[in-house]
Design a protein around this ligand. Structure first.
Ligand code: NAD
Ligand code: ZN
Ligand code: ZN
Length: 362
């Protein structure tokens, strides 16, 4: 099959047409990928910020049509349209039964199974970040795929698979933002814009959006941002204090993955406020927090993986929000490119052009 291959960190991807993929076993699905969004987590693997085994096929924000199923699959059938998540949710392990599905113990997101299901000329090829969807086909667990109505427009709905479940979920599930809350969002890519949409859906009274890219700041107001800030214009913490009457924001979200910005978020949050770390930092990054922020300031800092979402509940709920006009998916997908333009798609992200580029494999 055709696939975009990363052969070594910090190199361009190359599109090849001779990658072999295993047949689905037991609870696996073979899915014909129709569209896959380009997420910054893929870029972290390319630039070495996240570990990954090479050669690898990246891509984890995908939707498509089931081609074949393993003999223990009854939930979906060939021909069904699915949106996939990079994290299977088994529903039975310690984490799943206590309501923390994104921590499901049955898979390791960064460590592919050995031997991997992909190969090229007899040599192993590793699916990156739990999926490998910059390719014509992907092999996933049925626990990572959600059947959606056949008329779902996968060119825009694929972004539910990562950015939207993460960003909207960070607000509704991880943080539980309540009506009238004040919110700071740093980073206005697909994830940050989804956080803004989640905050708007939750009824936030102020959504303060920060990004160095002017185009993204302008676009963010169409998704619900009430104030935009260029971090180059001065102290974000002071600006948030000004906007919130000297109190600080109820909720702050880092959608960049920069430890300095997590600190900005903690400093910009009010006493008793919550900072949600959504961006993926480098493995070696650390943060220093004044310990008194906790004992006397009651500040909270929490992590967020995939919006603490259970895809089998969230994906169709998010589609319902889209159908009802509460969630803008089309506005997030600002470019569509063929797989051959995968490197240009990453260039879009690095340049902050639009919000999300989606690869069209249909
Ligand atoms: N926790 C999760 O489950 C999860 C899921 C998906 C993505 N992520 C991570 O979320 C982050 C964002 O992903 P994305 O695809 O939206 O990326 P993106 O590259 O499209 O957007 C990141 C944005 O951050 C902005 N930024 C950089 N420096 C900034 C600063 N000082 N202040 C404010 N904004 C700044 C950039 O200009 C850019 O617009 C990445 O680290 C990605 O790996 C995490
Ligand atoms: Zn992602
Ligand atoms: Zn589980």
């Amino acid at each position: 099959m055709r696939a975009a291959l990363l052969e070594a960190p910090n190199t361009d991807l190359v599109v090849v047409d001779d990658v072999e993929i295993d047949k689905p076993q037991a609870r696996q699905l073979l899915v014909r990928v129709s569209h896959c969004g380009v997420c910054h987590s893929d870029l972290h693997v390319i630039d070495g910020g996240l570990p990954g085994m090479t050669p690898t096929v990246l891509g984890h924000e995908a939707a498509g049509v089931v081609e074949a199923v393993g003999d223990a699959v009854s939930e979906v059938a060939p021909g069904d349209t699915v949106i996939m998540s990079l994290k299977p949710v088994c529903g039975r392990c310690y984490f799943c039964v206590r309501g923390q599905p994104t921590l499901c113990a049955t898979s390791n997101t960064l460590m592919p199974t050995i031997p991997p299901p992909l190969s090229r000329a007899g040599e192993p090829v590793y699916p990156g970040i739990g999926m490998g969807a910059f390719a014509e086909y992907v092999l996933v667990s049925v626990d990572a795929a959600v059947k959606v109505p056949d008329d779902t427009p996968t060119d825009i709905a694929c972004v539910i698979g990562c950015a939207v479940q993460t960003g909207v979920g960070a607000v509704l599930n991880t943080a539980g933002v309540e009506e009238g809350a004040t919110v700071l969002v740093q980073g206005l890519g697909g994830v940050g814009i989804s956080i803004i949409q989640g905050a708007r859906i939750a009824g936030a009274s102020q959504i303060i959006a920060v990004d160095p890219f002017a185009e993204r700041r302008t676009l963010s107001t169409g998704f619900g941002a009430t104030t935009t800030l260029d971090p180059a214009d001065g102290d974000v913490v002071a600006a948030v204090m000004d906007l919130t009457g000297g109190i600080g924001a109820d909720y702050t979200f880092d959608a960049v993955g920069n430890p300095a910005l997590i600190q900005v978020g903690i400093n910009a949050s009010r006493p008793g406020g919550t900072t949600v770390c959504v961006g993926v930092p480098k493995m070696t990054d650390e943060i220093t927090i004044p310990a008194l922020f906790f004992a006397m300031g009651e500040k909270k800092v929490t992590g967020c993986f995939l919006g603490s979402s259970n895809p089998s509940r969230e994906f169709n709920r998010l589609l319902d929000l889209w159908r009802a006009g509460h969630l803008d998916l089309a506005g997030m997908v600002t470019a569509r490119r063929p797989l051959e333009e995968i490197n240009e798609a990453f260039a879009d992200m690095k340049a902050g052009r639009g919000i999300r580029t989606v690869l069209d494999l249909s």
